[in-house]
Design a protein around this ligand. Structure first.
Ligand code: SF4
Length: 215
């Protein structure tokens, strides 16, 4: 449906969706949350990052990836010249699971219409899944992130790359070859390469005005 929406209609649909999510009580996470974390960034970006769910700081502020892991994510992106405000960042579930536990399948199922609607309106060309939860949820797999990271998948016509979650990197300080940090460095370079080649392709073939801008 989204392919046929004008920018004005898309804007309106986004606002309606956000209002709906901010007052959502579809699952039990609504009872313990302080703030709903809808996601934020450049809605015209070709690249969207998807994490698992808000942590304590995100719950306080209502913004995705602002805690320690979020600051590391910002650095990882900046290391290859991607500014986080130029891309869109969100989570599978919009409310904090108590104690930062993994969201249950029921909670993810309850929240998934919102994620689907966001993706339909954002229309990303590249998606990066941060950690096991979004990777398994979107790819419908039980395989772990260690086996899947660094591999590009085609998912509904979108190029999707699983990467380690930054909170995992905080627990694994080594930068040696083959360490999670070094592998993440390779992965983010792969994302940057893909984004650059996409931007180049699109610059070379004139498309409709006012659509995507460089992320
Ligand atoms: S996690 Fe999602 S489904 Fe559950 S209450 Fe929050 S917004 Fe609603």
């Amino acid at each position: 449906m989204n392919a046929f929406l004008s920018s004005a209609n898309r804007e309106e649909a986004w606002t309606t969706l956000e209002e709906k999510v901010l007052s959502c009580t579809r699952c039990e996470l609504s009872a313990s949350r302080k703030r709903v974390v809808f996601g934020q960034g450049n809605r015209n970006s070709r690249l969207v990052l998807i994490g698992e769910g808000p942590g304590a700081e995100e719950d306080e502020q209502g913004i995705a990836f602002v805690g320690k892991a979020g600051r590391l994510l910002t650095q990882i992106l900046a290391s290859v010249g991607i500014e986080r405000e130029d891309i869109f960042i969100m989570n599978i579930v919009k409310c904090r699971p108590p104690g930062n536990r993994v969201p249950s399948p029921d909670e993810m199922m309850a929240c998934s219409p919102f994620l689907e609607a966001q993706l339909a309106l954002l229309r990303p060309e590249l998606v990066v899944c941060l950690g096991n939860t979004p990777t398994r949820w979107l790819l419908r797999t039980s395989e772990g992130i260690t086996a899947l990271r660094g591999r590009w998948f085609q998912w509904r016509g979108i190029s999707l790359l699983p990467m380690f979650h930054p909170s995992y990197l905080l627990r694994n300080e080594s930068r040696k070859k083959g360490s999670p940090k070094e592998l993440t460095w390779r992965d983010i370079n792969s994302v940057k390469e893909k984004l650059d080649s996409l931007n180049k392709e699109i610059r070379q073939s004139p498309g409709p005005e006012g659509e995507k801008t460089d992320a």
